[in-house]
Design a protein around this ligand. Sequence first.
Ligand SMILES: [Zn+2]
Length: 109
Amino acid sequence: MDPAKKVRRLLTLLRKQCPTVFPVRVIWTNKIRGAWGRCDLIRGPRPFFKIKLLPDVLEMWEWDHIWDLVVHEYAHALGWTKTCKKLKDHGPVWGGAHSLCYEAALRMI
Ligand SMILES: [Zn+2]
């Protein structure tokens, strides 16, 4: 299966197993500085979590590495869901959220 399709399936699984307070949208873009991916909470009348991923990873990385990136970024959205405030990027709340996402996503690795 092509990796972009696998990413979509993985996200479907995560949205179902680890629901977030706002929708999670994913965009593939080269406009990320110094990282392969990032997650932001976009505020406004209809807030959402925006996960940006660098398209290069689809060409350059093995699936388990891509999987890891998606789980990592999704965990930021879930971490924010648990506290409803901006967190330290990779603090204990993110760690707990990451653990839940990791476990939920294992069947896709
Ligand atoms: Zn991170």
